[in-house]
Design a protein around this ligand. Structure first.
Ligand code: ADP
Ligand code: MG
Length: 344
């Protein structure tokens, strides 16, 4: 057997990247989350060729100091937690300190940032998989950060082969932007593809503006056939819009569920929603909804998987019960007078 040796940082990062960076959409998700965590109120996303050729994301968040740029690109380096207690009550979207290191190991990544309001002189760091060595030099940039990711998977051809058409990759990426736009009404977003404006969403402060954003993202037909729900029980709060049974879909393609601002896919949640719709939807039809569950971060574990799409509730039964009863009641309240609602 060969002698044991440590993997090079680059290879270690590329292996970790296998979990976090599947396609351009995963890069967009990680970089957008960083911008949100940095307190950005405005995020502009510019991509070319479905994000494979270029992903450029600019934010007006708190930015980074020059000496932090190499750390931002290093694995297991984060400004968001420093102890196990922090992890147990984490409020930021990121905390693993892996995303930028992973992305940098499979692309040409440039980080340009400035943390000062009173100067337009920032700094820039380039990481091109060269064993993760980073050079920092001065570069003009207003307060905030721009992350530029070029030629995704240029050095990992096996991964590159798994990419689908430009259109498919762009659709995935657009979905990620939509999810974040639904989770953060207080942030303005724009999305451009190959120089063409696709979305431009201003920060939405009032209820009317929020509704407009949901209508833009989910389509006006959804908003016209959705009811607003808001329910609180103890430490649990659920709010959002649920589609009436008249707006049922043949696919489960309009379902957004956020837990403390993080979009999740969870069997327990899916089951509770399905149960609530059971009596009002035909078999094989899927409800549409945009729902927000808020609870004490200590009652939910988000560190289940690197992409953080999965969560574990401390009291799953209570959460299930709460979601089911809130939605069941909301749907029962609208059922009688609704035209076209079939109750089997
Ligand atoms: P994590 O988000 O889990 O901390 P990342 O690899 O995504 O790990 O980012 C590493 C660090 O780089 C972050 O903890 C943060 O301090 C810094 N950083 C990344 N993106 C930005 C940004 N857009 N604005 C300010 N700081 C950022
Ligand atoms: Mg991150």
């Amino acid at each position: 057997m060969a002698r044991i040796h440590c993997l090079s940082p680059r290879l270690a990062n590329q292996i970790a990247a296998g979990e976090v960076v599947e396609r351009p959409a995963s890069v967009v998700k990680e970089v957008l989350e960083n911008a949100v965590d940095a307190g950005a109120t405005r995020i502009d996303v510019d991509v070319e060729e479905g994000g494979v050729k270029l992903i450029r994301i600019r934010d007006n968040g708190q930015g980074m100091e020059p000496e932090d740029l190499p750390l931002a690109l290093a694995r297991h380096a984060t400004s968001k937690i420093s102890s196990l207690e922090d992890l147990e009550r984490v409020g930021s979207l990121g905390f693993r300190g892996e995303a930028l290191a992973s992305i940098g190991s499979v692309s040409r990544l440039t980080l340009t940032s400035n943390h000062r309001d009173d100067s337009s002189e920032g700094s820039s760091a380039l990481c091109e998989g060269r064993d993760m060595e980073v050079t920092v030099k001065p570069a003009p940039h207003p307060r905030g950060t721009t992350v530029e990711v070029r030629d995704l998977f240029f050095n990992t051809p096996a991964r590159r082969k798994f990419l689908r058409t430009e259109k498919t990759e762009f659709n995935h990426l657009e979905e990620v932007v939509k999810r974040l736009a639904l989770s953060r009404f207080d942030v303005g977003f724009s999305l451009r593809h190959n120089g063409r404006g696709i979305h431009s969403l201003r920060a939405a402060d009032s209820t009317a503006e929020r509704q407009r954003r949901v209508a833009t993202v989910c389509g006006p037909a959804f908003m016209e056939q959705a009811v607003y729900v808001e329910h609180e029980r103890g430490a649990l709060r659920l709010w959002g819009w649920v589609g009436l049974p008249t707006f049922s879909r043949s696919q489960a393609d309009l379902q957004y569920f956020f837990v403390n601002g993080r979009v999740i896919r969870d069997k327990l949640v899916a089951h509770a929603v399905k149960q609530a719709y059971r009596d009002v939807l035909y078999h094989g039809r899927h409800p549409a909804f945009v729902l927000y569950l808020e609870l004490d971060p200590a009652l939910v574990d988000v560190n289940v998987h690197p992409t953080k799409h999965e969560v574990r509730f401390r009291d799953g039964r209570e959460v299930h019960n709460f979601i089911f009863s809130s939605l069941h009641k909301a749907l029962a309240d609208v059922r009688p007078g609704q035209p076209g609602v079939e109750v089997p």
